[in-house]
Each structure stands twice: as structure tokens, then as C-alpha cells.
Ligand binder design. Structure first.
Ligand SMILES: *[C@@H]1O[C@H](CO)[C@@H](O)[C@H](O)[C@H]1NC(C)=O
Ligand SMILES: *[C@@H]1O[C@H](CO)[C@@H](O)[C@H](O)[C@H]1NC(C)=O
Ligand SMILES: *[C@@H]1O[C@H](CO)[C@@H](O)[C@H](O)[C@H]1NC(C)=O
Ligand SMILES: *[C@@H]1O[C@H](CO)[C@@H](O)[C@H](O)[C@H]1NC(C)=O
Ligand SMILES: *[C@@H]1O[C@H](CO)[C@@H](O)[C@H](O)[C@H]1NC(C)=O
Ligand SMILES: *[C@@H]1O[C@H](CO)[C@@H](O)[C@H](O)[C@H]1NC(C)=O
Ligand SMILES: *[C@@H]1O[C@H](CO)[C@@H](O)[C@H](O)[C@H]1NC(C)=O
Ligand SMILES: *[C@@H]1O[C@H](CO)[C@@H](O)[C@H](O)[C@H]1NC(C)=O
Ligand SMILES: *[C@@H]1O[C@H](CO)[C@@H](O)[C@H](O)[C@H]1NC(C)=O
Ligand SMILES: *[C@@H]1O[C@H](CO)[C@@H](O)[C@H](O)[C@H]1NC(C)=O
Ligand SMILES: *[C@@H]1O[C@H](CO)[C@@H](O)[C@H](O)[C@H]1NC(C)=O
Length: 388
């Protein structure tokens, strides 16, 4: 190699180094002001409070950490997929926080201590798809708060202190598919509340203080309804008459001790039914209705004595959870026999201390019962299950 070509190589190397360094310095310079991070051309720019980066699916994400709204003078944000707030104590959400984020698809305001949202905070969010307001301290939902969010498909309000929702609060959310109101303080729900939500698929009102439900409170196209953990004493006779699309239903841990099974008679699509901890004493099998698609049934922690024929009413049953009942041994025996021919998984905590059949505790009623103790099962024993 000649001296001349070596020199040329060194030159080229130095020039490249210079360009790289220049670029590095200029990126850093550009990011010195937080607002600049939000320019669409600046990917992966991290500042003290605001960073812009690629989310897990390659989407454009803005993360605002510990922001104070007085620093919140950012340029108009276009084509931003998602904006999240972390370690930010918002309390009083005003337009200022979101004023330039109007084209954002997903807004994460969860865990930010929001107590109130000023009217008009969301008025320009015509294209927003998902709104996460869970785990805050909201207590009232006014009728105008969400009224421009016509593209919203998901609204998560779970784990707030909501005790009042104005009747028309969800009136304009035509696109809403998923509404989570679980873990709040609702004691009543007007049937007008969800009436316009023609696309709603999932409604979660679990863990509130509801004492009754109106028979027409939920839209008929729902596929998932969770009303568990409420103080509901009885269900209106025609609550599910039009819920023919329902696939998942949870009525567990309510005060419904007296359940007339005919209430389920139109639930032809239902595949998962959770009704544990209801203090049910018996199923009136005369009233049992065919649940042709039911695969999962949770009846643990009731006071059931008989369960023999339940499998016959659910021809596709794959899984049944039965702990915490007072079954008679004849019932257990017949269920076990049936489960083996049908290949149904019975979930229970085996206990061989008291009288049992294959670890399922049961009460003897007849003298000439057959002992079927400790035979191997095709059904799985799921041990150490936590019973709620
Ligand atoms: C972010 O993801 C997009 C799409 O996958 C890609 O085109 C872009 O180059 C990424 N930006 C950065 C800084 O990684
Ligand atoms: C929240 O902000 C609004 C508007 O800035 C103000 O009128 C209201 O008093 C504030 N509420 C609280 C509790 O600080
Ligand atoms: C907010 O919710 C999103 C997704 O629902 C989650 O990834 C994020 O960790 C949550 N943020 C906080 C502060 O909990
Ligand atoms: C309803 O919300 C509660 C509380 O967040 C959650 O535990 C439960 O899984 C949800 N139900 C459904 C069907 O997703
Ligand atoms: C519903 O509950 C709220 C809050 O507890 C109460 O103010 C309102 O009067 C109740 N409405 C009905 C119809 O019971
Ligand atoms: C209610 O049951 C459904 C289906 O099994 C389940 O997904 C949901 O988590 C349950 N809800 C609660 C609050 O446990
Ligand atoms: C259950 O409801 C059906 C239809 O409404 C009725 O015919 C039947 O008598 C009821 N059963 C009980 C035990 O109340
Ligand atoms: C029972 O079901 C399990 C899984 O659902 C399957 O692996 C197994 O082959 C089935 N046994 C019979 C006898 O059908
Ligand atoms: C069933 O087992 C018990 C003790 O395990 C025994 O006393 C009883 O005679 C047995 N009954 C029959 C019908 O085999
Ligand atoms: C049944 O199995 C349990 C646990 O494996 C055992 O402790 C018990 O002695 C067995 N009972 C009989 C009658 O074989
Ligand atoms: C059940 O719990 C006991 C005590 O916590 C533990 O020793 C045992 O390994 C657990 N069994 C299973 C199957 O998890």
C-alpha cells in the first residue's frame, strides 16, 4: 500500500468521524428543549420529562413523565399513536394537558390521581380510539365529558370512585366496544345509560355496590357481561331474554341465592358461565335449560347438594369447578362417572380427610352406596386452588 492511499484512507476515516460526531451533537442539541422531542422527525429523543420512542409494536409513543402542565406547551402532534403519562400527579385534568395531542389514537391517563376532569378536556379528540382512565379518583361522570369521542372503541374507567354517571354520558360513543366500569361505587344504573351503545361487546360492572339491575339495562349485542361482586339479590326474570350473543357471563359473588335457571334459556352462545359464591342451595333441574355451547362452568363455593345431571344440560362442557359445596355422594359419583365418559375436567382440591370419593368430599345418604375411592381420574386435580 502506498503512502498516498494510506493518507487517503485516514482522511476518509476522519471525515466519517466528523460527520458522525456532528450528527450526534446536533441530535443532542435538538433535544435540549423538551418540546423539540415531539417534532415528528425526532425519533427516540429522551428529555427530562418527555420522550418519544417506538412502542412495542413499532408505533410512535410519547411518554410524559412527571410533567407539570405549565411546561406543557408542545407543538401540534400529528401521527402519534399513543401518549402516556407516568409518575404524574394530574388531579385536575384540564384542556392544557392534552391540548395539542388531538390526533392521538390511544390516551393513557391511568394512575395519575385524577379527581376531576374539566369540561371540554376531550372536545377535540374526534379520532381517539382508546382512553385509559382507570385507577384514578374520579367520582362523577358528567353528560358532556365524552361527547365528541365518536371513534372511541375502548373506555376504561375501572378502579375509580365513581358513584354517579349522568344518564347521557355515553350517548355519543357509537363506536364503543369495550366499557369497563368495574371496581367503582355505583349503586344504580339507569337503563338509558348504555342504550345507544350499538357496538358494545364487553361490559364490566363487577365490584360495585349495585343492588338491582333493570331488565333492559344491557344492549343485546353484548358478548361479555360481568356483574360479579355486587349486592344484587335477584335478577329480573327477562334480564337475558335478548342477550342471545352472550358468550361470557359472570354473576359470581352476588347475593342471588335463589336462581331460577330458566333465566338462561336464550343464552345459546354462552361458553363461559361463572356463578361461584352465590349460596345456591340447589338447582331445580326441572328448570334447567340446555346450554348447548357451554364449555366452562364455575359453581364453586355454593351450598349445592345435587349436581348429577348438570353435565347432561351442557353437552359440550369441558371444565367445571366444584369446590366448597355440600354434595351428596351419589351426586359426586354420578358426576365423576359422567365426567370420565365425557372427558370433563373437574377442578377441586382433593381432600381425603373426610368422607370423600376420589378426594371430593361428600355426604353419605344411602347405606348401600358403592365405594369408588381413590380411582385414577381422567379429570385433573388442581390442588392448592385459592377459593374466593
Ligand atoms: C419506529 O418504527 C417504524 C415502523 O416499524 C420504523 O419505520 C422507524 O424507523 C422506527 N423508528 C426508530 C427510531 O426506531
Ligand atoms: C380545576 O381547574 C379548574 C380550571 O382550571 C378550576 O376552575 C377548578 O377550581 C380546579 N379544581 C380544583 C379542585 O382545583
Ligand atoms: C396504564 O395502562 C397501560 C395499559 O393499559 C399500562 O401498560 C401502563 O403500565 C399503565 N400505566 C400505569 C402508570 O399503570
Ligand atoms: C372486570 O373487571 C375486573 C376488575 O378489573 C376484572 O378482575 C375482571 O377480570 C373483569 N372481567 C372481565 C370479564 O374481563
Ligand atoms: C342512583 O345513585 C345516586 C348516587 O348514590 C343517587 O344520587 C340517585 O338518586 C340514584 N338514582 C336512583 C334512580 O335511585
Ligand atoms: C368473571 O368471570 C369471567 C369468566 O370466567 C372472568 O374472565 C372474570 O375475570 C371474572 N370476573 C372477576 C371479577 O373475577
Ligand atoms: C322458574 O321460571 C319458570 C318460567 O318463568 C317457571 O315456570 C318455574 O316455575 C320457575 N321455577 C321456580 C322453582 O320458581
Ligand atoms: C381429553 O381431553 C384432553 C384435553 O382436552 C385430550 O388431550 C385427551 O385426549 C382427551 N381424552 C379423551 C379420552 O378424549
Ligand atoms: C366403603 O368403605 C368403607 C370404609 O372405607 C367401608 O366401611 C364400607 O363397608 C364400604 N362400603 C362398601 C359398600 O363397600
Ligand atoms: C386415598 O388416597 C389418599 C391420598 O393418596 C390416601 O391417604 C388414602 O389412604 C387413600 N384411601 C384409600 C381408602 O385407599
Ligand atoms: C400446596 O401447598 C403446600 C403448602 O403450601 C405445598 O407444600 C405444596 O407443594 C403445594 N402443592 C402443590 C401441588 O402446589
Amino acid at each position: 500500500m502506498s503512502l498516498r492511499s494510506s493518507l487517503r484512507a485516514i482522511w476518509i476515516f476522519l471525515i466519517i468521524l466528523f460527520i458522525v460526531k456532528l450528527d450526534f451533537v446536533s441530535t443532542r442539541d435538538k433535544c435540549r428543549r423538551c418540546e423539540d422531542c415531539l417534532q415528528p422527525t425526532h425519533d427516540n429523543c429522551f428529555c427530562e420529562r418527555i420522550s418519544r420512542h417506538n412502542g412495542s409494536n413499532g408505533e410512535d409513543v410519547i411518554l410524559c413523565k412527571n410533567v407539570d402542565p405549565k411546561f406543557w406547551e408542545i407543538p401540534i402532534l400529528q401521527n402519534i399513536r399513543s401518549i402516556s403519562f407516568e409518575e404524574t400527579n394530574i388531579q385536575n385534568l384540564t384542556r392544557k394537558y392534552l391540548i395539542n395531542a388531538v390526533f392521538v389514537d390511544d390516551i393513557h391517563l391511568n394512575n395519575t390521581n385524577i379527581e376531576e376532569i374539566q369540561p371540554g378536556s376531550f372536545t377535540r379528540f374526534f379520532s381517539t380510539k382508546t382512553m385509559h382512565l382507570q385507577k384514578n379518583k374520579l367520582s362523577k361522570i358528567s353528560s358532556s365529558l365524552f361527547h365528541t369521542l365518536t371513534q372511541l372503541t375502548e373506555l376504561d374507567l375501572h378502579s375509580n370512585h365513581i358513584d354517579f354517571i349522568k344518564e347521557k354520558a355515553f350517548y355519543w360513543l357509537h363506536s364503543l366496544e369495550n366499557l369497563n366500569l368495574a371496581d367503582n361505587k355505583l349503586s344504580n344504573l339507569s337503563s338509558a345509560l348504555f342504550i345507544r351503545l350499538k357496538n358494545l361487546k364487553t361490559l364490566n360492572i363487577s365490584k360495585n355496590s349495585l343492588t338491582k339491575l333493570e331488565s333492559n339495562f344491557s344492549p343485546s349485542q353484548l358478548t361479555t357481561l360481568d356483574i360479579s361482586y355486587n349486592d344484587i339479590h335477584e335478577l329480573p326474570e327477562n334480564l337475558f331474554t335478548y342477550q342471545t350473543n352472550l358468550k361470557v357471563l359472570n354473576i359470581s359473588k352476588t347475593d342471588i341465592g335463589n336462581l331460577n335457571l330458566t333465566i338462561f334459556k336464550n343464552l345459546n352462545q354462552l361458553h363461559t358461565l361463572s356463578m361461584h359464591s352465590l349460596k345456591l342451595k340447589s338447582f331445580n333441574l326441572k328448570d334447567f335449560v340446555l346450554l348447548p355451547h357451554l364449555k366452562n362452568l364455575d359453581i364453586h363455593s355454593n351450598n349445592l347438594k345435587f349436581v348429577e345431571d348438570i353435565l347432561n344440560f351442557c353437552p359440550l362442557l369441558e371444565y367445571i369447578s366444584i369446590d366448597g359445596n355440600e354434595f351428596l355422594c351419589t351426586a359426586v359419583e354420578s358426576m365423576l362417572k359422567n365426567s370420565k365418559t365425557r372427558n370433563v375436567t373437574i377442578e377441586y382440591t382433593p381432600n381425603y380427610q373426610n368422607h370423600n370419593i376420589e378426594g371430593i368430599q361428600c355426604a353419605k345418604e344411602l347405606q348401600n352406596m358403592v365405594n369408588v375411592t381413590n380411582k385414577s381420574l381422567t379429570s385433573k386435580h388442581v390442588q392448592n386452588k385459592t377459593v374466593q
